[in-house]
Design a binder for this molecule. Structure first.
Ligand code: HC1
Length: 567
């Protein structure tokens, strides 16, 4: 261990630790702005400056490693003054729009200005010459609000390995944008929104579609139904100060009813349905020698990734639409018929932890019902905003139940929200359908957890099924390279975002590793609390096949629930 002194306190730290981290471990808080643990440690904003005895200048503590005998001071007049000056310079070309900014009260720049005691705008410099970019179906880039911290660039390049954005131009003209300053809508961006999740300001944020939903809710001609994604129930509470991972399913239902939705349904229902269709597809490919491994297809950022970067592997994708899209197609056919409502008057809203779901809902081919299957996909954050606007005190709501039949689900549907969940749900069903036996233990812990790539083998009646799970697109690349290299898998789950949907780009900010872990724990709590935990036991799914679809992979399923991909 290395011995050093920080603010007169003797501190020990392992070699390689930064001064910032060592101070944090000793309970000494140093302010930061561009820093993002293990993702963006570049010392560019100069807010975390400290004095190191013997050094000629103040040092950025996030990139200064501890050394033996080092003496650090974090709170001298010079340090405070330098931090303040650097922040004032960053603020000198930042629009003063806090009252109307989507990140107001949740903006790290705003918070830091308050913490560092900045009470006047001493410098008003030239402003950014770049206009906001509305070209993406999911995200809005507003370079005027960018502080060039590079967090978004690091996430896009390293965590997702997409590199859709990078610093362009030089000096004062530097801007984070796609190559050649192309609009984001033209770039190979997968719409995952991980950039928005780490942006300290509102320089990248989701496309706000709350206005369209308010309008539909106010339209007496419209029958407005809503579906909630698995991962939203363990994060929406955070928008109202609850602990991450608190399971708030019943309150979510109550809140949506209060907002005025005519029916409150659950994406978990079509998650169960996905297992029936995708499980059947897997068994068919295994039996008939189809393309293997089969790879899951419910995460739209992942779909866009493989379409852009690995088009030759597209035959591996399941042809199943995502649960969001299956829901939309059924809401405007099966449900419309059952309820006796003209589908052109049904307006389908999704509440998703995801910005790419906006893109998915708008994909040209997503009209299996003969209408736009999903009209609007809102993020968890947008729903939080609507609830606040409506004055709904979320945490004090009494719990309510989903409507029937598209609100009936099992624990297998819930676990879709966490990495490994789709695989586990599929294994619960595949095992029982193939062996005809009841699973002795339905929890597959080998596919749970936040490790980037997980692998296991399952014995199905003497046949060994090799499965793998990846989350985050850098890990997806690793698995795809293994597949290309000939590694023998049968079934692979890939989710675009780190942690799966619980870490989606539309989730409450902040979302970090610890918060992801707590939301995942909430997902598994919710599963354990369900009376039914296997998709094939969902009575509403069984009724759907009996009354409407016929059988998995049948003609109607093909029309409504399956799709094709664009190379
Ligand atoms: Fe997901 Fe899915 S689990 S993709 O992560 O398959 O967004 O939560 O809704 O569609 O069910 C997201 C979550 C979500 C779909 C399901």
């Amino acid at each position: 261990l290395i011995n050093l002194t920080i603010d007169g306190v003797q501190v020990q730290a392992v070699p390689g630790t930064s001064v910032l981290e060592a101070a944090g471990q000793a309970g000494i808080k140093i302010p930061t702005l561009c820093y993002l643990k293990e993702i963006n440690e570049i010392g560019s904003c100069r807010i975390c400056l400290v004095e190191v005895e013997g050094a000629r200048t103040l040092q950025a503590s996030c990139v200064t490693p501890v050394t033996e005998g080092m003496v650090v001071r974090t709170n001298t007049p010079e340090v405070r003054q330098a931090r303040k000056l650097n922040l004032e310079l960053i603020m000198s070309n930042h629009p003063q729009e806090c009252l109307i900014c989507p990140r107001s009260t949740n903006c790290e720049l705003q918070q830091l200005a308050a913490e560092l005691g900045i009470s006047e705008l001493r410098f008003t410099g030239a402003m950014s010459p770049y206009e906001p970019d509305f070209s993406s179906p999911s995200l809005v880039r507003d370079p005027r609000k960018c502080i060039l911290c590079r967090r978004c660039v690091s996430v896009c390049e390293n965590v997702q390995q997409v590199s859709a954005i990078a610093p362009q131009e030089r000096g004062f003209d530097t801007v984070v944008a796609p190559a050649f300053l192309e609009p984001l809508g033209n770039a190979a961006c997968v719409n995952c929104g991980q950039c928005a999740l780490v942006c300290p300001t509102a320089a990248i944020h989701e496309k706000d579609q709350t206005g369209e939903v308010w309008a539909a809710l106010a339209d007496p001609e419209k029958h407005v139904v809503v579906q909630t994604a698995p991962a939203v129930r363990v994060s929406i509470g955070e928008m109202f100060g609850a602990e991450p991972g608190r399971v708030a399913t019943g309150q979510l239902v109550a809140a949506l009813r209060k907002l005025g939705f005519d029916r409150v349904f659950d994406t978990d229902f079509t998650a169960d349905l996905t297992i029936m269709e995708e499980g059947s597809e897997l068994i068919k490919r295994l039996q008939e020698g189809g393309t293997l491994p089969l790879i899951t297809s419910c995460s739209p950022g992942w779909i866009k990734f493989i379409e852009h970067f690995y088009p030759d592997l597209l035959p591996h994708l399941s042809t199943c639409k995502s649960p969001q899209q299956m829901f939309g197609a059924l809401a405007k056919t099966y449900y419309a018929q059952k309820a006796g409502i003209d589908p052109s008057n049904i307006f389908v809203v999704s509440i998703m932890p995801c910005t790419a779901k906006k893109f998915e809902a708008g994909r040209e081919e997503m009209n299996g019902s003969g209408h736009r299957d999903v009209d609007v996909a809102l993020t968890t954050r947008e729903l939080g905003k609507m609830l606040k606007e409506a004055g709904i005190d979320f945490n004090s709501l009494a719990e309510e139940e989903y409507d029937s039949p598209l609100g009936i689900s099992t624990g297998a549907g819930v676990i879709f929200g966490s990495t490994g969940g789709v695989m586990e749900a599929a294994l619960r069903t595949a095992y029982e359908l193939v062996t005809g036996e009841t699973l002795p233990d339905l929890e597959f812990h080998a596919v749970r957890g936040l490790e980037g790539v997980k692998e296991t083998s399952v014995n199905l009646n003497g046949t060994t099924l090799n499965v793998a799970v990846a989350h985050g697109l850098a890990n997806a690349r690793e698995i795809l390279e293994r597949v290309s290299g000939g590694q023998e898998y049968h079934f692979i789950e890939i989710m675009c975002c780190p942690g799966g949907c619980i870490g989606g780009g539309g989730q409450p900010i902040p979302t970090d590793r610890e918060i992801r872990a707590r939301r995942a724990a909430g997902i598994y709590d919710a599963d354990r609390a369900m009376p039914l935990r296997k998709s094939h036991e969902n009575p509403a799914v069984q009724a759907l096949y009996k009354e409407f679809l016929g059988e998995p992979l049948g003609h109607k399923s093909h029309e409504l629930l399956h799709t094709h991909y664009l190379a």
